[in-house]
Design a protein around this ligand. Sequence first.
Ligand SMILES: N[C@@H](CCC(=O)N[C@@H](CS)C(=O)NCC(=O)O)C(=O)O
Length: 197
Amino acid sequence: MKLLYTPRSPYARKVCVVALEKAVTLDCVSEDLVNKSSRLLQANPLGKIPTLILDDGRTITDSPVICEYLDSLKENPALIPKEPSLRSSILTFAAIADGLMDVTVGAFLERRRHPDDFNAAFIAAQQETVYRCLTYFDAQIEQWQGLNLAGIGIASAIGYLRFRLPHWWPASYCQRLVHWYEEFSQRKSMQETAPRE
Ligand SMILES: N[C@@H](CCC(=O)N[C@@H](CS)C(=O)NCC(=O)O)C(=O)O
C-alpha cells in the first residue's frame, strides 16, 4: 500500500501513527502540494493528502476513512472500539481532533499567505476555538485517554499546533492534557512521525 502524504500534515501523521501502532507497512510517498503530481490527482480528485493507494489500485482517502480501514486490517491493538456507545464517543473525540487540525492549519496558512495584513479577527476566532478544544480535551480526558484513534488524533493535532503555532500551546493551563501529551509523545510511533519541513 502506498500512502501519498507530506511530513508536515497532521492528518497524514495520524494515519502513519495508526499504521505503526497496528504494525501495518506503508510505502510513504511525499507529495508536492503546490505542483500536484498526476499520481495524486488521478488517485484523489480533491488533490488532498493523505491518500492511500491499495495494492489493487483502489484509493481510500480522508484520514478518518483511512484510519478506519487500517484498524480493520488487524484485531490488535483495537484503535476504534466495537461497542456502540464507546465507539461513538471515541469517534467524536477523533472528529473534534480533526477539527482542531482544520482550525490550526487555517490560522497558520492565513498568517503565511498574508504576513503583513492577515485577518486579525479571523486569527483571534481560530485561537479561541483552539483554546476551547484544548480545554474540552483536558476536562474530558478520562473519556478518551489511551491508545485509540481519539488519543492519536489529539496528539497529532497538538503536535502540529506546537510545530506551527507554538505560542498557542498552553503551558500554564490544561495541565492534565499537557502531561498526557508529553507522555504519549514518547511512543515510538510518535517519535518517528514528528512533523518536519
Ligand atoms: N479532511 C481531510 C483533510 C486533508 C487535508 O486538508 N490535507 C491538506 C494537507 S494538510 C491538503 O491536502 N491540502 C492540499 C489542498 O487542499 O490542495 C483528511 O482528514 O484527510
